[in-house]
Write a protein that binds this ligand. Structure first.
Ligand SMILES: Cc1cc2nc3c(=O)[nH]c(=O)nc-3n(C[C@H](O)[C@H](O)[C@H](O)COP(=O)(O)OP(=O)(O)OC[C@H]3O[C@@H](n4cnc5c(N)ncnc54)[C@H](O)[C@@H]3O)c2cc1C
Length: 202
């Protein structure tokens, strides 16, 4: 079974932002970061596919589709993240960490799992999670998973609308970044944030 440091389930605003921050820990001379492997699964139904964005801070008006593509390209440029278009159907936990199964019957293991599957429903089997009505959604029938500081079980996190955040790109992406920093900090054994400066200031 293929082993990963982190498996992210969902490749929309929150999942991609999480993956991008994890990927950006590479190439900085941090020994603990270099051997880490990341895997992201996505069904391809992000709400961003329907959006035309005029209120994302600092971003020129653009379609959500273009923004998804742009972030995927940023992740590829950093490297270290495998992105597969596949549905996750089951996640189980044991002493070694988590096992993630997909609709094609494949299994993968990970030390950390990030759930970023959006608020339209949650039907991944195998974990005893508290799925409740999402109070931040103006529409009924949206769900969230209860958590403490985004952690649901040890080393299993929830982000984005599924974590009960308002359905806005910046809120959801921010939670993905927040959880990535927490995971990187646990891996490093010290607090991690990642700040870059222009080349001429290094
Ligand atoms: C019509 C519309 C217009 C919008 N306009 C704006 C706007 O102007 N400004 C703004 O800030 N926000 C806007 N939004 C909101 C924004 O799109 C969402 O807040 C954001 O996409 C939520 O991010 P998320 O990561 O929680 O979920 P999503 O981006 O929806 O991503 C969830 C991903 O998980 C995948 N997934 C689900 N289950 C599985 C599984 N079992 N296995 C693998 N993958 C899975 C889905 O296919 C999807 O790709 C708009 C939304 C809509 C619908």
């Amino acid at each position: 079974m293929m082993k990963y440091s982190v498996i992210i389930v969902g490749g929309g605003a929150s999942g991609l932002a999480c993956a991008l921050t994890l990927a950006s820990s590479r190439g900085r001379g941090w020994q603990w970061a270099e051997d880490k492997k990341y895997l992201l699964f996505d069904k391809g139904n992000s709400d961003l596919n329907k959006a035309y964005l005029k209120n994302v801070p600092g971003l020129d008006f653009m379609t959500g589709k273009d923004l998804l593509e742009k972030i995927r390209k940023q992740i590829q440029d950093w490297g270290g993240v495998e992105m597969l278009q596949e549905e996750v159907t089951e996640i189980t936990r044991d002493d070694q960490g988590y096992t993630v199964k997909t609709s094609s019957g494949s299994s993968y293991s990970a030390d950390y799992v990030v759930l970023a599957t959006g608020f339209h429903g949650f039907d991944i089997k195998g974990l005893d999670l508290e799925v409740v009505e999402n109070p931040k959604s103006p529409k009924p029938g949206r769900v969230m998973i209860k958590h403490k500081d985004f952690e649901v079980l040890p080393n299993l996190f929830v982000v984005g609308t599924l974590a009960g955040l308002s359905s806005h790109f910046a809120s959801c992406a921010g939670s993905g970044v927040e959880v990535a920093c927490e995971i990187l900090s646990r891996m490093a054994g010290k607090r991690i944030v990642i700040h870059d400066v222009p080349d001429n200031q290094t």
